[in-house]
Ligand binder design. Structure first.
Ligand SMILES: [Zn+2]
Length: 244
């Protein structure tokens, strides 16, 4: 699945990043449904808004038309919004939350590796935010779902260093750098996860049928621990933010 397949044709996408390039072009980092994460050049995007119809600047699902370009970059022919996200744009908090979610995708997605299920998670995430879902809870849900789908969920059942089993009836110490809980003999970790939080996180991972119900039912202390775990993970290996 990874590799040299040419990204050409029309596919749904979200815009993860937009950088001005030369006088009038823009480099667009996209998460496309068909090809995964890739960068494309949008020629004259700053001069002529017509071909892109606002589709590049919004936290929206867009339909893009790609053509093979020179070198590593595809050429972006066209981008137009396919789902209205006006409500999303009207709230600063929701915009920030969507931006945080997109930032995670930028660092967690491998280049040119299609992840259609994660793409569906993004669509649902944006639609729910637009429909008024609680931004913080919905973001946590999206982050946990995405980590799970990408096989990056933390180790919660045994020590990530020595593999000693940690009974689920007890709290455990989480070390982000190890990607999981670490027993005391191996040095433990900075974040204490209660037994309830560990069980909630594991149940969430198993429950792919109706995942959006779960996080919102968690008590606030469980949500807080899960949030600390996610931000720890995002700061560590595999999630280093790309240098600008
Ligand atoms: Zn250990």
């Amino acid at each position: 699945m990874t590799g040299s397949r040419h990204a050409t044709g029309t596919t749904r996408a979200v815009v993860l990043r937009l950088v001005d390039y030369r006088d009038s072009d823009r480099i667009v980092t996209l998460f496309t449904e068909a090809y995964g994460r890739l960068s494309a050049i949008a020629r004259s995007a700053r001069r002529s808004q017509k071909r892109f119809a606002g589709g590049l600047e919004s936290l929206c699902v867009v339909e893009v038309t790609l053509e093979p370009g020179r070198g590593e970059l595809e050429t972006l022919r066209e981008a137009r919004p396919v789902l209205p996200c006006l409500g999303l744009l009207s709230s600063l908090e929701r915009i920030e939350v969507a931006g945080t979610g997109f930032e995670m995708l930028r660092s967690a997605l491998a280049e040119r590796h299609p992840e259609p299920e994660v793409f569906e998670l993004v669509v649902a995430f944006l639609l729910d935010l637009d429909a008024g879902a609680s931004p913080g809870t919905r973001l946590l849900q999206f982050q946990l779902d995405t980590l799970s789908h990408l096989g990056l969920a933390p180790e919660l059942e045994q020590c990530a260093v020595c593999a000693k089993e940690a009974p689920l009836s007890r709290a455990a110490l989480f070390r982000a750098a190890a990607g999981g809980i670490v027993c005391r003999a191996c040095g433990g970790g900075a974040l204490r996860l209660s037994a309830t939080t560990r069980q909630a996180l594991l149940a969430h991972r198993g429950g792919s049928t109706a995942p959006s119900e779960l996080v919102s039912t968690w008590p606030s202390d469980v949500q807080a621990e899960a949030r600390a775990l996610v931000s720890g993970l995002l700061e560590h290996a595999g999630f280093q933010r790309p240098k600008r």
